[in-house]
Design a protein around this ligand. Structure first.
Ligand SMILES: Nc1nc2c(c(=O)[nH]1)N=C([C@H](O)[C@H](O)COP(=O)(O)OP(=O)(O)OP(=O)(O)O)CN2
Ligand SMILES: [Zn+2]
Length: 127
């Protein structure tokens, strides 16, 4: 099994509702999005997928978020779906999954809010 990981970034503003602390106020981050895919079979070039292609697909998803006010965008415009790193990772995961070729499994999406804090999302494949 092979696993590839690429990184893309986007910048946006947000605030957290139902949160006691400074993050309840409007502020921004440059989020780092780490995408990992897995698969068994390499192409004739010895690649699972070209890093560039995977970056392009990720960029297609995150360009909708880039330079936005996340709280205005679906699905973060609901008070019970704050644009946290957790909810962003889940959202990016499900959007990206629809774009991936069938020979690849989306293993995990990890969203770093700062260099020392991240949340990841993957599908539960257990029993
Ligand atoms: N589990 C989560 N916790 C927090 C999230 C999150 O998405 N998931 N988000 C925030 C805020 O967005 C906040 O902006 C982050 O603030 P903080 O952790 O204080 O980080 P800073 O970059 O401001 O760094 P410090 O220098 O440590 O203050 C909060 N929690
Ligand atoms: Zn924040």
């Amino acid at each position: 099994m092979y696993r590839l990981t690429i990184i893309e970034r986007f910048a946006a503003a947000h605030r957290l509702f139902n949160y006691q602390g400074k993050c309840a106020r409007l502020h921004g981050h440059t989020w780092t999005v780490e995408v990992s895919v897995e698969g068994k079979k390499l192409n004739s070039c010895g690649m699972l997928i070209d890093f560039g292609e995977l970056k392009k697909m990720t960029s297609t998803v995150i360009k909708e978020l880039d330079h936005s006010y996340l709280n205005d965008l679906h699905p973060f415009n609901k008070l019970d779906n704050n644009p946290t790193a957790e909810n962003l990772a889940k959202y990016i995961y499900h959007q990206l999954k629809t774009l991936l070729p069938s020979n690849l499994t989306l293993a995990e999406v990890r969203v770093w809010e700062s260099p020392d804090a991240c949340a990841s999302y993957r599908e539960d494949t257990g029993p």
